[in-house]
Design a protein around this ligand. Structure first.
Ligand SMILES: *[C@@H]1O[C@H](CO)[C@@H](O)[C@H](O)[C@H]1NC(C)=O
Ligand SMILES: *[C@@H]1O[C@H](CO)[C@@H](O)[C@H](O)[C@H]1NC(C)=O
Length: 132
């Protein structure tokens, strides 16, 4: 019982201390609105009929205005051809799917992707090509 009281008193004390600290410390302010675009992990699927064809779903999220115009871009090396490289989107689309054809002898494909506006991101990824 005595221990419980000590606990309650000390949590009260901690609460008061933290509250006072927040008020007095001039470095703690309300958060400022942020505009940031961030990548989500890319999702890649292989076509069932044409094993050299892949669907690359580039995804993003963040704190931009939902209607803000952005450009979804993709570029793959190693002789890989994409059906488009630069697509105008709005931020709240949150994804764009690209179709790529990889050369049959290629084993590892290296790509970079991003969404671009003033607050942009660009990331690199690679995937393995298997025809079996
Ligand atoms: C694929 O391209 C990347 C970047 O150009 C290169 O570093 C890598 O060696 C290439 N891989 C293959 C298997 O050709
Ligand atoms: C590119 O491929 C995607 C995914 O299959 C498809 O939705 C889109 O219409 C294609 N775009 C062009 C320009 O061919």
């Amino acid at each position: 019982m005595k221990l419980m009281l000590v606990f309650i008193l000390s949590s009260l004390f901690v609460g008061v201390t933290v509250g006072t600290y927040a008020i007095r410390n001039p470095n703690i302010h309300d958060p400022v609105p942020v505009h940031e675009a961030l990548p989500l992990p890319v999702v890649i699927t292989q076509d069932h009929l044409n094993k050299r064809k892949y669907f690359i779903e580039s995804k993003w999220y963040g704190t931009l205005d939902p209607n803000e115009e952005v450009y979804a871009k993709l570029h793959c090396g190693n002789g890989t051809k994409a059906n488009k490289s630069n697509v105008k989107k709005i931020f709240s689309d949150f994804k764009e799917t690209f179709e790529v054809i990889v050369p049959s002898k290629t084993q590892v494909i290296t790509c970079r992707r991003g969404i671009f506006d003033i607050d942009s991101f660009k990331t690199r990824f690679k995937f393995e090509h298997k025809e079996e």
